[in-house]
Design a binder for this molecule. Sequence first.
Ligand code: AMP
Ligand code: ZN
Ligand code: FE
Ligand code: FE
Length: 315
Amino acid sequence: MVRSRRIAGAPVRPPEPSRVDLHSHTARSDGTLEPADLARAAAAAGVRILAITDHDNLAAIRELTADATAVPVGLELLAGVEINTVADGDGPRWGGELHVLGLGVDPADDAFEAVLADQRARRRERFVRTLALLRAIGMTVDDRAATLPQDGRDALGRPTIARFLVEKGHAASVEDAFARIVGAGRPGYVPRDGIGPLTAIRAIRAAGGLPVLAHTADAADRRAAIAELRDIGLGGLEVHYRRYDAETVASVAAVAAALRLVPTGGSDFHGDGETYAEAHTSIWVPIEDADALNAALEERAYVAGPAAWTGGLTP
Ligand code: AMP
Ligand code: ZN
Ligand code: FE
Ligand code: FE
């Protein structure tokens, strides 16, 4: 069975600077930028609608909403999360990880926050176990981990550990650390613990958000499983994504259209080895994606910023 789809062609070139980015990370999970710095950088690059989708954490949107001066004029923020689910925990057979974005969730939903808090607790346990494993194989990074602030920055992930490995000289880059040390099946890999896709999709729906299947380049080969996810409550499919060539975008878009899933798109920016402006040159998300998302969320779009998001954009 075809498990992954090789992306052979050149990445899609943006016909104009993208005004939409519906997938991004800050230092409240495993990104490098402070929330206000990401908002500023995105606005400076021409983005008008930004979804911050930290792993298992809504801290960034809460902070930005609480401080209106932190949100540049003209930028509309959409609350989001990314839940890296344990595939085959529940839901259809999948194999490998299944990442679900929750776009437009309500940051004030206590039941959803409880789900996320539990996910973050499991992340911290995995983080500590990974440190111990690295120690056992002679790649100790404990002193770096000890400096981590805990206030709201507890959605720890492997990229954080990968950066420590780079600083300590155990890896040449974050990519290299994943390829040789902390990637699945490598000596520093600790299996994920957490909820499955069915639980994640239901929790996102209950919090008023649209559950979206992230970065699945081989969607066409997994159509039956994605149809099952749709029947469970999946509402969208990430069609536009960095490094996708035109053929991949077309094939994922066809699946979204056939299954009536909202097409979305984003940079998945984390900040390793590049600025937001640099990442933005290789991301193309048409405004139609934001409009389709807005229509799906109807009146339930949780936005922060100077203007309420009414759907379209005035140039
Ligand atoms: P975790 O949720 O802690 O298992 O970390 C997974 C995250 O690491 C993903 O969501 C990506 O952001 C990032 N990631 C996965 N693979 C790579 C890779 N090869 N290089 C850099 N970052 C990666
Ligand atoms: Zn990440
Ligand atoms: Fe992901
Ligand atoms: Fe992501």
